[in-house]
Design a protein around this ligand. Sequence first.
Ligand SMILES: Cc1ncc(COP(=O)(O)O)c(C=O)c1O
Length: 384
Amino acid sequence: MKDATRLTRLGRAHGERGLVNAPVERASTILAPSAGELYNAPPGRPHYGRVGMATQSGLREALCDLQGGQHCALTSSGLQANALAVLSAVEAGGTVLAADCIYGPVRGFLLQTLKRFGVEVRFVSSRAGGDIEAQLDDSVQAILLESPGSLTMEIQDLEAIASIAREHGVTTIIDDTWSAGLTMKPLELGIDLAAQALTKYIGGHSDVMLGAVVAGSEQAAKRLADTERTLGMFASPDDAFLVLRGLRTLEMRMQKSGASGLQIADWLATRPEIGRIYHPARPDHEDHERYKRWFTGPAGLFSFELLVDDVPRAEHFMDQLKLFGIGYSWGGYESLIIHCDPQLRRSAGDGVHSGTLMRLAVGLEDPEDLIGDLERGLAAISVG
Ligand SMILES: Cc1ncc(COP(=O)(O)O)c(C=O)c1O
């Protein structure tokens, strides 16, 4: 079956009552049918609410199936998914190699929290490939990737890195939120752990925060499940329900916002006020060949240089827009814009750009209307 068909079937209700969707089951206590079963619940019967009921199981099962994983952990946010994936892969004395483009708060987790537990971090190029082998000393335990980087859109050589890491016994982790595990399948490329902010495309409606980590290999799955359990990770059934609902329409939403985003990127490329476009599905993107190899389509998230150097003018441009909301996040039905420079943190020399870096999250509106909105904004700032 194709993914679009599978998305309508995965993680549905299993009961005999004919419910189409996994119901919201709220529980902390689950009574044991007898004293003998208190410590010996049969496999598959939840013994306590924290392990999750039908709603969370449905979502876990669906995400594992979609990605070809062996275990899926749900977390209360995408940031927590990244943190959990890393924690499951490292121990004191180890080092994490991280692509320089990783999401800023994940960088904060590595540099502030993980360091306190004796794990070092070294940043490598956001476009790293086989050359990462030179960085692998005995202390390296995990490599953390994000492709495309969600501000500057670089793509690492995923297959080369996964294969080298495996030879060296190093765990690979990717934040695959841009592809939602749909348009790119990291576990099939040999990556061990795929962490995702379900908050974005799979949730899809800007009303829920949730994350997931899906493990490909048996060893990664075991460490993930152990770490998830001992940390007491929990996702609410109501949130899992909303994300499962979003999953049903994921493919058509991604197709629509991806196609509209590309149309808008192509239009922006014709404008004199705009410099470089950072969109991996455009042939002028430096990682376009990597994009074509592993991705079946774009998301609606991309960046571009607005050729103004002063923030007040960039803000004036944003303030003219009526359809693009000014706000963080992406993957929802409505379009958003941010300027990125205050968020850009780089250690490996990447991310140099002209003007002001802007990012669009293109939603489900008509692209012509969105172009009209941007045109109005550009008209309001006179660029030489
Ligand atoms: C690439 C990426 N990963 C993870 C996250 C974190 O997700 P959440 O907001 O659910 O913690 C974000 C949020 O913007 C993101 O852009």
